[in-house]
Ligand binder design. Structure first.
Ligand SMILES: NC(=O)NC(NC(N)=O)C(=O)[O-]
Ligand SMILES: [Zn+2]
Ligand SMILES: [Zn+2]
Length: 546
């Protein structure tokens, strides 16, 4: 008997491991299907403030299989019998999810800085439904088809929102049209380059000839080139700082080390290239996007003039340039270090003015985190600390809170954070609450205030390096929907990461995609978003109150 037991032992172990594997496989498949905190794939969402391209309406949005299939004004909707569950958000705002065209998630290779899981959880908690990841700070940098493949692999099953990728334009690939084409054919949504050192070894800076070459390839694909526009200028004050004559802990030293003339010089140079993008010009079809503009003086005037002349050029700024001013940055507080630097209060006023007038097209986070050790928080050395602001989760309440003074509207928020970014990244099914679009939606309470302190759930990897910590903000995210999935609801995320990598698909000769045109007029040239009502059948209402 004892013998038999021993002979059966290996067989039983085998059967047990088989059953365990089977169970494990099934449960992991199950967890993959748990993409939403709502168990419906067909439902209505109602609210008194739905931000559509036609304005803010009291209405209902019907969502089925991830898409918006109808939008109805409340008075019409009330007359209807309802066939599917209804989520009533009352006075909360129902707005297109934010599209962040500029963030550094550092995956693969530097996940200890951020990474896709924490970065996209933070994005979802902040109402961002799509983000486009920058090609640097991850390792290796995304400058070839092979490195783009590594990005896509790292993103798969690890992203809670949809993620697209910019490729890098660097000296190594700039004169190699075949390599650039391969990168674009592999799905990069456009390219990004630096006109000054990037701080990352495998992402060297480009000059005007590299940029011109890159643009001519991109023109055939109708995809944009994004540029970090600063060129080092040897001024007296800059040299003084470079020679260690100033206190490195003082913010004014850092400010002196990167004056507005660096941005101005870069933009002047770029505009000699973008004049070719005018209609009928040799680079027609190409588009240049200036990232994180900080200087609201001569740089902005130059951009204004180029736009008036018909150059295909857009510009973004970031919430930190709109929220903070140099005067209020304490010495040694390197959480505020970024490039170009946060300038004085008068400059901030002018940035707001330009944004409100439409001279600045859109906003992006430029979330560029690192490990706390590299921020040198104890030393407070502005010259040696890592440059980059950590903000991904907070950009919506920050823009809203600091914009109150200027009378920012919900429609403006949707334009700066969703509609125009969608156009830049050619995401034609995203960016507006319109029939046929993806149901990428943020629901939030603009009037609700909260303190960004330890009690607030924060999902970025290193909250302590964020300059926003300790601030009181207005505008709380209640829920975030990505393609109809409720991926975040106050206090938690969906169990599975069901965001998808976004890859550009058009071939250079295809005519199916539109060229980038970002109009300043709202609703300009858009055929979508008709208010429509396709409700037909009758059933009971299941109302979920929030
Ligand atoms: N390597 C970086 O992430 N740089 C970033 N740093 C900033 N903005 O301070 C940027 O976008 O230039
Ligand atoms: Zn930059
Ligand atoms: Zn950046």
């Amino acid at each position: 008997m004892e013998n038999l037991q021993w002979r059966l032992f290996p067989v039983l172990t085998l059967v047990a491991s088989f059953l365990f594997l089977l169970y494990f496989r099934e449960s992991s498949e199950l967890s993959q299907s748990v993409c939403s905190l709502l168990p419906y794939d067909h439902y209505w969402m109602t609210g008194e403030r739905v931000v559509t391209p036609q304005g803010v309406i009291s209405g209902a949005v019907e969502i089925k299989d991830g898409n918006i299939i109808s939008i109805v004004k409340t008075e019409d909707w009330r007359k209807k019998s309802k066939t599917v569950p209804v989520i009533d958000y009352g006075e909360a705002v129902i707005m297109p999810g934010l599209i962040d065209v500029h963030s550094h998630l550092d995956d693969p290779g530097r996940v200890e800085w951020e990474g896709f899981p924490s970065g996209t959880r933070a994005a979802a908690a902040g109402g961002i439904t799509t983000l486009i990841d920058m090609p640097l700070n991850s390792y290796p940098s995304t400058i070839s088809t092979e490195t783009l493949k590594l990005k896509i692999e790292a993103a798969k099953k690890n992203i809670y929102v949809d993620v697209g990728f910019w490729g890098g334009l660097v000296p190594e690939n700039a004169f190699n049209a075949t390599a650039l084409e391969a990168l674009l054919n592999a799905g990069a949504l456009g390219l990004k380059s630096f006109m000054c050192p990037s701080g990352i070894n495998d992402f060297p800076m480009t000059n005007a000839s590299h940029i011109k070459e890159g643009l001519s390839v991109l023109a055939r694909y109708k995809r944009p080139l994004l540029v970090h526009a600063e060129i080092q200028q040897d001024s007296e004050s800059h040299l003084e700082v470079a020679h260690g004559k100033n206190d490195a802990r003082s913010y004014s030293t850092y400010l002196k080390s990167r004056p507005p003339s660096w941005e101005e010089a870069a933009i002047r140079e770029l505009l000699t290239i973008t004049k070719d993008t005018r209609s009928g010009g040799p680079a027609e079809g190409a588009h240049l996007h200036i990232v994180h503009l900080s200087d609201a003086s001569s740089s902005l005037d130059l951009i204004k003039e180029a736009r008036n002349n018909g150059d295909s050029i857009t510009v973004e700024t970031c919430p930190h340039y709109l929220a903070f001013s140099a005067e209020e940055i304490p010495d040694g507080d390197t959480r505020f270090k970024c490039a170009p630097p946060i300038r004085d209060g008068a400059n901030r006023e002018k940035l707001w003015e330009a944004l409100m007038e439409g001279q600045i097209d859109m906003l992006s986070s430029d979330h560029s985190p690192t490990e706390p050790e590299l921020k040198l928080l104890n030393d407070g050395d502005f010259l040696r600390a890592w440059g980059g602001i950590s903000s991904l989760q907070f950009v919506l309440p920050v823009t809203w809170s600091y914009g109150q003074k200027y009378g920012v509207t919900l429609e403006q928020l949707a334009s700066w954070w969703s509609e125009r970014p969608a156009k830049l990244a050619a995401q034609h099914s995203k960016g507006t609450i319109a029939i046929g679009n993806h149901a990428d939606i943020v629901v939030w309470e603009p009037e609700m205030e909260f303190d960004l302190n330890d009690d607030h759930p924060i999902y970025i990897k290193h909250p302590q390096i964020s300059a926003y910590l300790g601030r009181r903000l207005s505008g709380k995210v209640l829920g975030t929907f990505v393609r109809g999935n409720l991926v975040y609801k106050e206090g938690g995320h969906a169990p599975a990461a069901c965001g998808v990598p976004i890859l550009a698909k058009t071939s250079p000769r295809s005519k199916s995609k539109l060229p980038i045109t970002i109009t300043n007029k709202r609703n300009g040239g858009r055929g979508r978003g008709r208010l429509n009502d396709i409700m037909k059948s009758e059933v009971k209402i299941i109302t979920i109150q929030y």
